[in-house]
Ligand binder design. Structure first.
Ligand code: ATP
Length: 651
């Protein structure tokens, strides 16, 4: 006989589904008629987005939890559901009323007597679990199941199981910029995305105008996370890499590490500012400008004042140039008025656009092309003066290409060009930016992101132990300063939800060398047998056998970048269909051979790390890279090696 509680909950689920259907039809039926064309268009857009967001993830059940106080019961789900009378049927997980679902504990029940979680199979409600908040109870089995479920495909939301320390970060006030230092698998990415969804819900109007941006390390990563926000009903969040944000010039070359480090140094911002403003020069003579048929002379000292005042003003270079032209036209206008004339605004504007005024501005405040300016600095870094040492200037120096367009730009150059573009024109800012894998950003990349936040706030996510870029730092202050948020609180997350204890403890052997003093994470679960170390003499057959014998879920074979092709071929020879994971955001194959430099942020049910020594040897921060590779597994990690393991792991 079916449980009466289950039957009642299923009835509520059906009610919620039909109410949601009615809400959807009502939204679709509303005509796009606003007070004017613009309003109608905005209304139309908003309406187009609403059904999309209501329809997002239609397979997802309308609720996943329930809270009971002495008087009331609330079902908690991914979005509000109301009945025809407007009464709540499901409460959005982001509403303040839902907070006790995430935060209540026996020590602090927050008014709750009971928390109920639901289990689903193929969209059908199949189980429930009650947790008393008045007496100590066993840990939730449904929670454990959710954390352990096999992974396949892209990342999923964690709304049903957000943990109290994660919830604190998700619901932090919009004005607060936060830096989350979290060990692998502690849910940083998940928390950042849920925070974006929470902020959009709580401050919808404000953020709808300015927008929310998520910055990730590469396209493979963005592809992995791209479903999470739409599943939460948020379809309007921009997701980009730093390379996307700074794509003003085509990147066709790569810098050696030492050059990339220098180009990423915050002092380059000062060098570029100096190079730009050195083009603005003191007027040396008076000029004559035309205004409605007459010419007016503007004396040198007034011209100097205009230039000086604008240089001191807190405006962009481009705006300063426009304003200088206007200052000259206004001067002529005042002269004409003093002589009894009354020039119109149109005549004054025409004066500002006259050949004489333009010629003056071109000479004293010349138009600048961002790429050309950077090319000029690289061709002659002496403009840096005392800002850079002589040896550093030489490191930057590059023989100029035939033309700016022919320059073989690097990724670090693109960030410099973007810096100059930001000096020329103000970059529009988002209301909130989530920055993932922030430990890998150079100060100049941080500035490129900070420019896009304006007065908004940031959620900065990262792990110093996973810092693999040549400019990586050992603490957060440099990064937060370059992000323009030096006072952001650094909050730790230390409970690992991805990796079984056996695997995490193995990887953590590297920690004292990676970041001395950094607290290791503790795994929420242990899985005996999840770690296997296999010395091999011939790799192919063993690798194929390990891949074949992996249980259900995704498989990632992680190796040094240079070995990817060889391993895809070796697996092919053994009859295993595997494909290399590419940085184009394409869908990963069920068995993906992953270059170690692309694996950050990703996870697989079963991970095979091939030849750790080669991963370590491939780059200066290879040991950090190995730590990243060893912490990607949800269920099992096999380490295959011909060469000896690094000492710390072998011990
Ligand atoms: N509260 C939770 N409930 C269920 N699953 C969770 C929870 N928190 C995190 N996870 C899961 O743990 C895994 C790791 O999360 P996530 O990728 O956000 O961690 P991370 O800290 O960004 O890891 P890394 O530093 O390795 O990139 C994901 O599969 C995520 O869904």
């Amino acid at each position: 006989m079916p449980d009466a509680v289950l039957a009642a909950e299923r009835a509520h689920l059906e009610l919620a589904a039909s109410c949601l259907g009615a809400m959807r039809s009502a939204t679709l039926a509303t005509a796009d008629a606003g007070v004017d064309a613009w309003a109608s268009e905005r209304l139309g857009q908003a309406r187009a987005e609403r059904p999309r967001s209501l329809a997002a993830d239609p397979g997802a059940p309308a609720f996943f939890g329930r809270t009971d106080t002495a008087e009331e019961t609330f079902h908690i789900g991914r979005r509000h559901v109301r009945d025809a009378a407007g009464e709540p049927v499901v409460i959005d997980w982001r509403a303040p009323m839902s907070r006790p679902f995430y935060q209540a504990s026996v020590a602090d029940p927050q008014g709750l007597e009971r928390r109920r979680r639901f289990g689903f199979a193929d969209g059908a409600l199949t189980s429930y679990e009650d947790e008393s908040l008045t007496v100590d109870d066993r840990p939730s089995a449904l929670l454990r199941e959710e954390i352990e479920r096999p992974r396949s495909g892209p990342m999923r939301d964690i709304v049903a199981t957000i943990q109290p320390d994660q919830d604190d970060i998700v619901r932090a006030p919009l004005a607060e910029s936060i830096c989350v230092q979290g060990a692998p698998g502690t849910g940083k990415t998940a928390v950042g995305l849920h925070r974006a969804a929470y902020l959009l819900y709580t401050h919808g109007e404000q953020l709808a105008r300015s927008g929310v941006l998520v910055v990730g390390p590469n396209r493979a990563f963005l592809r992995y996370i791209e479903q999470v926000l739409p599943a939460l009903g948020e379809v309007e969040v921009d997701q980009a890499t730093v390379a996307d944000l700074t794509a003003r010039v085509p990147v066709r070359a790569q810098d050696p590490d030492d050059v990339a480090v220098l180009k990423g140094d915050a002092r380059l911002a000062d060098v570029l500012r100096r190079a730009l403003w050195r083009g603005v020069t003191k007027p040396r003579d008076s000029v004559q400008v035309p205004l409605s048929g007459r010419r007016y002379r503007i004396p040198e000292e007034r011209l100097r004042r205009y230039v000086d005042d604008l240089r001191r003003a807190e405006i962009s270079y481009g705006a300063g140039r426009e304003r200088l032209a206007l200052s000259l036209a206004e001067d002529a206008r005042r002269q004409k008025e003093e002589a009894g004339g009354s020039p119109t605004d149109a005549e004054t504007r025409r004066c500002a656009r006259s050949a004489e005024v333009r010629a003056f501005c071109d000479e004293r405040w010349p138009a600048v092309d961002a790429a050309a300016l950077v090319a000029g600095v690289l061709a002659d870094p002496s403009v840096a003066g005392s800002l850079l040492g002589v040896d550093e200037q030489e490191l930057l120096r590059r023989t100029p290409a035939r033309s700016v367009r022919a320059t073989r730009w690097t990724a670090a150059d693109a960030v410099l060009v973007d810096e100059v573009a930001g000096l020329l024109e103000r970059t529009p800012g988002y209301g909130h930016v989530v920055v993932d894998e922030a430990q890998d950003l150079s100060p100049m990349q941080c500035r490129a992101i900070a420019r896009r936040v304006g007065a908004g706030s940031m959620t900065v996510l990262g792990d110093l132990a996973q810092a693999t870029s040549p400019w990586s730092v050992a603490d957060w202050s440099t990064t937060l300063t370059a992000l323009g948020r030096p006072d952001a609180a650094v909050r730790p997350l230390t409970t690992g939800y991805r990796v079984p204890a056996e695997v995490l403890e193995f990887a953590n052997r590297l920690l004292p060398v990676l970041v001395p003093g950094l607290a290791p994470a503790t795994a929420v679960r242990s899985e005996p047998g999840s770690l296997r170390l296999r010395p091999v003499s011939v790799l192919g057959p063993v690798l194929a056998e390990v891949v074949r014998s992996a249980g259900p879920g995704s498989v990632g074979v992680v190796c040094a970048d240079a070995s990817v092709e060889e391993l895809v071929a070796a697996l092919g020879l053994e009859g295993v269909d595997a494909a290399a994971l590419a940085d184009d955001g394409g869908e990963p194959a069920p068995v993906a051979v992953v270059p170690a430099t692309l694996v950050k942020g990703l996870e697989f049910d079963h991970v095979v790390v091939v030849e750790p020594a080669a991963i370590v040897a491939a780059e200066p921060r290879g040991l950090h890279r190995l730590y990243v590779a060893l912490t990607r597994a949800v269920s099992s990690l096999a380490v295959l090696h011909r060469d000896p393991l690094p000492d710390l792991l072998a011990g």
